[in-house]
Structures are given as C-alpha cells and as structure tokens.
Design a protein around this ligand. Structure first.
Ligand SMILES: [Zn+2]
Length: 238
C-alpha cells in the first residue's frame, strides 16, 4: 500500500502539472495582453508629449511674432509722439502706447511660461523615449518567451499524459478509483498529509485510532469530512 501511496503522490503531482498547463492556456495570453497594453500605454503617452511639444513650440513662434509686430507698432507710435499737435492727440496716443505695452508685457509673460513648459516637456520626452525603448525591448523579449510557452503547451501536455498513463497502470484499481472519484468531486489535492493531527485539506481533527491506522499505511484512509486520501509522513506530520 505504501507503494500505492507513493504512486498516488506521483500521480497527484502529474495531475497538478496538467492542471497548471491547462490554466496556462488562459493566463499566458492574459500576461501577453498586459505586456502589449503596457507598451501601448507608454507609446500613447510618448505621442501625447510629442503633440504637446509641437503645439507649445508653435505657440512660442506665434507669441514671438506677436511681440515683434507689437514692438514695431510701439516704435511707430513713439515716433508719432514727436509730431503731436493737440492734447487730445497726445492723450489718444499715450493710451495707445500704454495699451500696446501692456499687451507686449502680457505676451512676454505667456512666452516665458511657454518656454518653461517646453523645457519640461523636452525632459518628459527624453524620459518617455527612454522608457518606451526599455519597455519595448523588455516586453518584446518576454512576449517571445510567453509565445514559446504557449506554442509548447500541447507538446508538454502530451508528454505528461504519457507519463500519467504509465503511472496509472501501476496503481491498483480500487485505489485509483477512489483517487479519481475524489479528484472529480473536489478537484485540487486528493492525497493530503496529516498535519497537526488533522486532515491537511479540511483541517478536521482525526481521532487517535484514525491516526494509528493512517500511520500503519497498510490501507488507504480517507477523511470522513472531505473525502481526501490521508497519509502520514514522519518528517512532516505530527
Ligand atoms: Zn478532510
């Protein structure tokens, strides 16, 4: 029986691996999708920064041109001051000059802010370009590893199934049928270690007599509560 137990543990490990392979059919594509999304996010941010930078540089040009035009007007008005004849003309011209000076000043403030924004955006651009290159490189490498894993699932499953068949062939039929029944019923671990004098799966306490029977190992014992097959390991059970 001890041999059957060992074989069952081996079978359980194979079934766990098969289950993992099955689950990987879902989580590997999910992981790939996340890597693609991460690359896309950085690429999107990079192009946003590029767009903002282009717009800010255009704004800088427009402001510089505006200021130049207004300064030309200001020079023209200041020259007109020389040929002023009436107080009314004088007042009108002073008002005009004040207004254009205020406008130039406001443009200059905006220009300064724009230049500062451009400088910050240039730093962002460099950072995002570096991040984009890094993530693209890293994720592309990971994607090809994941793709290889996905491509080899079928092969791995077939190999595991073949080993499973071999192991199954060496386990006694009644024992195997208990294993299969419990596995179908609850999934996950079927053969569990006794831990702290309780079932290692559902933690139901075991009687002293039950523990003795399990320790003898001459019969496959199952948990009354969850149906798991129980075993004792002198190194780990207590
Ligand atoms: Zn149990």
């Amino acid at each position: 029986m001890q041999t059957d137990l060992e074989l069952l543990l081996k079978l359980q490990m194979i079934d766990y691996d098969l289950g993992e392979l099955e689950r990987s059919k879902e989580y590997l594509p999910d992981m790939m999708e996340n890597l693609h999304r991460e690359m896309q996010d950085v690429a999107d941010r990079l192009s946003q920064v590029k767009e903002l930078l282009t717009a800010s540089r255009a704004k800088q040009k427009t402001l510089e041109l505006d200021i130049k035009t207004k300064e030309a007007s200001l020079t023209k008005y200041q020259q007109q001051m020389m040929s002023i004849k009436t107080n009314k003309e004088y007042d009108a011209l002073v008002a005009e000059i004040d207004s254009i000076k205020a406008s130039i000043s406001s443009n200059e403030t905006e220009l300064l802010q724009t230049i500062e924004a451009i400088s910050a955006l240039e730093k962002d651009l460099a950072a995002y370009q570096e991040k984009d290159t890094q993530i693209r490189e890293n994720n592309t490498r990971q994607l090809s590893i994941l793709q290889e894993k996905i491509d080899s699932i079928g092969e791995k499953v077939a190999a595991k199934e073949a080993i499973r068949q071999q192991v199954v062939g060496t386990i006694s039929r009644p024992t195997l049928s208990v294993y299969e029944r419990v596995r179908r019923g609850k999934g996950g671990q079927v053969v569990v270690l006794v831990r702290k004098r309780a079932c290692g799966s559902c933690y139901k306490a075991l009687t002293q007599q039950r523990i003795q029977e399990i320790r003898r190992g001459d019969k496959i014992m199952t948990c009354d509560n969850c149906g798991c097959m129980l075993y004792w390991d002198n190194n780990e059970s207590n």
